[in-house]
Design a protein around this ligand. Structure first.
Ligand SMILES: [Zn+2]
Length: 319
């Protein structure tokens, strides 16, 4: 969607300038998701299990830097605030840190706008429950994302006008998460709640980046390098592939936990990742299909956030 890209770029630059002048810090971000379905061609088998019950953050024996559901800042602690770092961000360092295993209860999938809204609204509660304690353990701020379910072919956001189409399945902009029903392409995917959940968890992954300060740090670099420059696009891919990994972590932590996220859903999401990415979209800002799948699986397989440090990965792994 070249027309959109140019318009969005100009508007983004304006917004960035406004933001920079208003706050003196880097820009926050917009994100649009590519959805380029193709026939899945499974080449890898999902692991038999990705359960991490013994090593979930709440039961970790790691020192206080490890996330814990029970960590509550005391009165003397500074207020939660973002940390504008990338590879050396504190949440990406602890080899034992992952999301707690828990059951997530979702309504059955229905391929209607109302069904999708009910599904994602419930899924947001699961994602909140997963990520809030994780972020708070690092004294990072937490607020749930605001969900929007546009029904028109284009919709307005803080980051500009978004046109629903083959290049935009879902969209995240500074705390607002947009899930246009048409972007799901349910006529093609049908009853595939695992696929839709992985897409949503990816967008939520951007919200995690936003809350942590990673998003601002990444966009500061992207704008410094130039959004369309090779270095800017590589930084965009690192941001996108980390969101993939965070999505995988969520499904890996919740599959087979007695809730609604079944092994069948997990497997469907596992294979679907191969159908998305720059190879099918013709862009350079999300990562090759192979890497798009690889990073999702890295998160899903072990549910360890240290495996999601795309900012420390060699360039070849974020191509
Ligand atoms: Zn994304």
């Amino acid at each position: 969607m070249l027309a959109y890209s140019c318009g969005a770029l100009l508007l983004s630059l304006v917004l960035v300038l406004v933001y920079v002048f208003a706050t003196g810090t880097g820009p926050s971000s917009a994100d649009n998701e590519l959805l380029e379905p193709a026939a899945p061609t499974p080449t890898l088998s999902p692991p038999a299990a990705s359960s991490t019950t013994e090593q979930s953050p709440s039961s970790s024996e790691s020192p206080s830097s490890s996330p814990s559901d029970t960590v509550t800042p005391t009165e003397g602690d500074p207020p939660p605030q973002k940390i504008f770092k990338l590879a050396d961000h504190p949440i990406l360092q602890d080899p034992d840190a992952g999301l707690a295993n828990r059951a997530c209860h979702l309504p059955g999938w229905r391929s209607t706008p109302e069904g999708a809204e009910a599904f994602f609204t419930a899924a947001r509660e699961c994602l909140d429950a997963a990520w809030e304690p994780f972020l708070r353990a690092y004294n990072l701020p937490f607020t749930p994302p605001r969900l929007h379910f546009p029904t028109s072919a284009s919709f307005q956001t803080q980051c500009g006008t978004i046109n629903v189409g083959i290049a935009t399945a879902a969209y995240y902009c500074e705390g607002d998460l947009y899930l246009p029903f048409d972007g799901l392409q349910t006529e093609q995917y049908g009853n595939a709640p695992g696929v839709y959940l992985a897409l949503f968890a990816h967008e939520y992954g951007h919200h995690v980046q936003e809350l942590a300060g990673i998003m601002d740090a990444a966009w500061e670099r992207i704008y410094a390098e130039g959004q369309d420059s090779p270095a800017g696009q590589e930084m965009s891919r690192r941001k996108e592939l980390q969101a993939q990994c965070f999505s995988g972590m969520f499904l890996g932590a919740h599959v087979d936990q007695g809730g609604s996220i079944t092994r069948e859903m997990y497997n469907a999401a596992w294979y679907d990742q191969e159908t998305r990415g720059d190879d099918t979209s013709g862009t350079r800002d999300h990562g090759s299909n192979a890497n798009y799948a690889k990073w999702w699986r890295a998160g899903a397989y072990d549910n360890r956030i240290v495996d999601c440090n795309t900012f420390a990965a060699p360039a070849s792994e974020v191509s």
